[in-house]
Design a protein around this ligand. Structure first.
Ligand SMILES: [Zn+2]
Length: 192
C-alpha cells in the first residue's frame, strides 16, 4: 500500500509550528537587543527599559529611558526609538515595522504606536500599574481607533521583569542607606 496520501492535519500543523518557532526565535533575538539597551538606561540611573524598532530584520531606531537625565517626561524608550526610526525612514508613518520593548508600553507610548502605524508590537514584562496594552487598558487594539497593532506579549518576560525588580530593589536600598546616614549625621550634630 504505497499510496500517496494527501497532507493530514498533523503535517499542516507541523509546518505552521516551524513558522511559529522561527518567529519566536527572531522575537527573542530582538528582545535581547532591547534588554541590552535597557542596560544603558540603568547605567545612567534611569528605569531600565529598552526599545528597538525593526524593519526587514534591520534596526531603524533604538531608545532607552532618558526622562530623568533629559528632564523630559516624554523621553521613554519607545518614544526615542520611534523618533529615530521615523527620521531614518524620512516618513511619519512607520509601515511594516515591529517595535520590541522590554516593558508593556504606557498610555502615551501606546498612543504613539497607533499614530505611527507600526504593524506589530512585541513586549517583555507586563506593567500592572500603567500598562496600556491590556493591563489597565488596551489602546493598541482599540476597535474605535483607526489602526490596530498585532501584539505578542511576554517575550523573555522573566528576564525583562527581573531587570526592573532588581533595579527597584537596589534603589530602595540606596534610599534606606541615605536616610540612615542622614539620621546618623543629625544625631551626631545634635550631640555637639
Ligand atoms: Zn511610555
Amino acid at each position: 500500500m504505497d499510496e500517496i496520501r494527501p497532507p493530514t492535519v498533523n503535517d499542516i500543523g507541523g509546518a505552521a509550528k516551524s513558522d511559529t518557532d522561527s518567529q519566536q526565535h527572531s522575537d527573542e533575538r530582538w528582545m535581547r537587543h532591547a534588554l541590552m539597551l535597557a542596560d544603558k538606561a540603568e547605567q545612567a540611573g534611569e528605569i531600565p527599559v529598552g526599545a528597538v524598532l525593526v524593519k526587514d530584520d534591520q534596526v531603524i531606531g533604538e531608545g532607552w529611558n532618558m526622562s530623568i537625565c533629559q528632564h523630559d517626561p516624554s523621553a521613554h524608550a519607545e518614544m526615542l526609538a520611534v523618533r529615530q526610526g521615523a527620521k531614518q525612514l524620512q516618513n511619519y508613518r512607520l509601515l511594516d515595522t515591529t517595535l520590541y520593548v522590554t516593558l508593556e508600553p504606557c498610555a502615551m507610548c501606546a498612543g504613539l504606536l497607533v499614530h505611527s502605524r507600526i504593524r506589530r508590537l512585541v513586549f517583555g514584562a507586563y506593567d500592572a500599574k500603567t500598562g496600556a496594552v491590556g493591563s489597565v487598558m488596551d489602546l493598541v487594539q482599540h476597535p474605535v481607533l483607526n489602526h490596530q497593532l498585532q501584539v505578542t506579549a511576554g517575550v523573555l518576560a522573566d528576564e525583562c521583569g527581573a531587570k526592573l525588580s532588581e533595579f527597584f530593589r537596589k534603589r530602595r536600598q540606596q534610599h534606606k542607606q541615605q536616610k540612615e546616614q542622614a539620621a546618623l549625621l543629625k544625631s551626631q550634630t545634635a550631640g555637639k
